[in-house]
Design a protein around this ligand. Structure first.
Ligand code: GLN
Length: 225
C-alpha cells in the first residue's frame, strides 16, 4: 500500500543507500506476488480500509515467511495501514475484522474520529521524529511491543495514551506518513545499518550524509493541527 506519499520512503532510502556505496534493487510486491528470495529491507505503506482487506488476505499467505525474516533480523518499516496489519487484528469502524500477522503486539479498532495533522515524537533511538498522520484506527500496544515514540504534538496510536507506533526486533510500525524517511534520515540510517550488518556481519558508514531536515521540522512545528 502506498498513500500520502509513502513512495517517498523508497526514493529516499534508495538515495541514502547509494550514498553508502551500495547498489540497491527495489522490488515492488503487490497482492499475489511472491516475496523476493533475498530481502534486505522491507517497506510498507498505508491504505484505505477497503485496500487493507485485500492486503490482509495476501499477508496471511506470506505470514510465516515474514515472521522468519523478522526473526532473522531483517529491518522493516510499516506505515499506517500496514502497521495495523502487522498487529494482531484491525476491527474497522464498520465492525469487520481484518486479521493481521502478529509481528507487532498491537491491536487496532476503527473509531469515529480521524486523527489528522502534523505529528512530532520523542523517540529513544532516533531523537525527535516528525511526520504527518491521517487515520481513524486507534491502536493499543500489548506487553511484547514497545512504542516507537512518545507524542509531543498530534495523536499517535490513539488520542489517550500519548504513545506512537510500535517496535519489535528491527521492525518499526508507525502512523507517520510524511513521507517519514526523507524527513527523518536517522530512521533510514537505522534500516541501512541493520540490513548491512545482517548481510556483511558489520557496517561502518563510508559517508557522513547531510541532515537536511531542519526546514521541514520547523515548518511542521509552525503549522497548527
Ligand atoms: N484505514 C486506516 C485508518 O484510517 C489506515 C489509514 C492510512 O493508512 N493512512 O485507520
Amino acid at each position: 500500500m502506498n498513500i500520502y506519499g509513502d513512495r517517498g520512503n523508497v526514493l529516499s532510502l534508495v538515495r541514502r543507500t547509494r550514498a553508502q556505496g551500495f547498489a540497491p534493487r527495489v522490488v515492488e510486491v503487490n497482492p499475489g506476488d511472491p516475496l523476493p528470495d533475498d530481502v534486505d529491507i522491507v517497506l510498507g505503506g498505508g491504505g484505505q480500509d477497503s485496500g487493507q482487506g485485500r492486503v490482509a488476505k495476501d499477508l496471511a499467505v506470506k505470514r510465516d515467511e515474514i515472521h522468519r525474516l523478522v526473526a532473522e533480523g531483517v529491518p522493516m518499516l510499516m506505515v499506517c495501514g500496514l502497521y495495523q496489519l502487522f498487529g494482531h487484528r484491525f476491527i474497522t469502524h464498520t465492525g469487520d475484522e481484518l486479521r493481521g500477522i502478529g509481528v507487532l503486539d498491537v491491536e487496532t479498532r476503527g473509531g469515529d474520529v480521524r486523527m489528522i495533522g502534523n505529528i512530532v515524537l520523542d523517540t529513544e533511538e532516533f531523537g525527535e521524529v516528525i511526520g504527518y498522520e491521517n487515520h481513524s484506527g486507534n491502536t493499543t500496544l500489548g506487553p511484547q511491543s514497545r512504542p516507537f515514540g512518545r507524542v509531543t504534538q498530534g495523536a499517535g496510536n490513539n488520542p489517550d495514551d500519548g504513545l506512537e507506533g510500535a517496535r519489535s526486533h528491527h521492525v518499526i510500525g508507525t502512523y507517520l506518513h510524511g513521507s517519514v524517511l526523507p524527513k527523518n534520515p536517522r530512521v533510514s540510517d537505522f534500516l541501512i545499518a541493520r540490513a548491512a550488518e545482517r548481510r556483511y556481519g558489520g557496517f561502518t558508514p563510508i559517508a557522513e550524509i547531510g541532515d537536511t531536515v531542519t526546514r521541514a521540522r520547523e515548518s511542521a512545528k509552525r503549522r497548527p493541527r
